[in-house]
Ligand binder design. Structure first.
Ligand code: ADP
Ligand code: MG
Length: 254
């Protein structure tokens, strides 16, 4: 059982306030979707959870499995089992996928690391993701299409076996077939592990495969409304601006 708590996070970048008293708690066995318009701080949230030092955490606490991780480095957080699938995965020339996965896995598993197991796992995972095995020996994301990069993020997830997974617009850049493959692979991993997921998206399509238990609407750096999957339909029908308007009107009435 794992638990990630974000308590009253206030985050700035270049003196600009992005997250505004953001709070959310995620347990393993739960899928939380965060939806919201562009520029509202969704990616910022994911970077802050992973400890990207460019984002200044002015106030608040990030607690993972009962421990405050505010001051941990990104690799320390990754070792605890936090994982971020990037919205825009970058290419890293000169480091092959295989080298990267082996190094990361070895550091994480220490004495339990087994190279043969990992190679088998990579082969199996590539098949499941319908990825060309040759990609394993290429530099990370070098010459990869947008969709291939996204699949590569999911490959890393499948190999590193995290227990708290943040997927930032994993659906962008994917064609319909790849979307299905990625969605099914994420669900398969989730069902067979003790993990929780924060799924950031602004399209409904991915939710056909990855069914959220909780849906949160994020605007201006905070969650303005939470609900179950029916909230997704409400967003489709009304749009974010209308929902925000209704909430402010209700607040005036009260
Ligand atoms: P979302 O993912 O919801 O679209 P982001 O978290 O990417 O939103 O961005 C939120 C705001 O923070 C935007 O106004 C964006 O321009 C700003 N921002 C994010 N990252 C940076 C950065 N590295 N430097 C400057 N501004 C940034
Ligand atoms: Mg984003």
């Amino acid at each position: 059982m794992h638990n990630l708590k974000m308590k009253n996070l206030c985050v700035e970048i270049d003196g600009k306030k992005i997250l505004n008293n953001f709070s959310l708690e995620v347990n393993s066995g739960e899928i939380h979707t965060i939806m919201g318009p562009n520029g509202t701080g969704k990616s910022t949230l994911s970077h802050v959870i992973m400890g990207d030092k460019r984002y200044k955490l002015k106030k608040g606490e990030i607690i993972f499995d009962g421990k405050n991780i505010n001051d941990l480095t990104t690799d320390q957080r990754a070792r605890l089992g936090l994982f971020l699938g990037f919205q825009m995965p970058t290419a890293i020339e000169g480091v092959t996928n295989a080298d990267f996965l082996r190094t990361a896995k070895h550091i994480k598993e220490e004495n339990n690391f087994n190279l043969m197991h990992m190679i088998k796992d990579i082969n199996k995972s590539c098949q499941e993701l319908k990825m060309d095995k040759e990609m394993i020996h290429r530099s990370i994301n070098s010459g990869f299409s947008g969709g291939e990069r996204k699949k590569n993020e999911i490959l890393q997830m499948k190999i590193l076996k995290p227990n708290m997974i943040i997927l930032d617009e994993i659906d962008s850049g994917l064609d319909v077939d790849s979307l299905k493959i990625v969605g099914e692979n994420v669900m398969d991993y989730y069902k067979n592990s003790d993990s929780g997921i924060i799924l950031i998206t602004h399209y409904q399509r991915l939710l056909d495969y990855i069914k959220p238990d909780f849906v949160h609407i994020m605007m201006n750096g905070n969650i303005i409304k939470s609900g179950n999957h029916t909230l997704v339909d409400e967003i489709e029908k009304k749009g974010y601006a209308k929902i925000l308007e209704e909430i402010s009107q209700n607040e005036v009435k009260e």
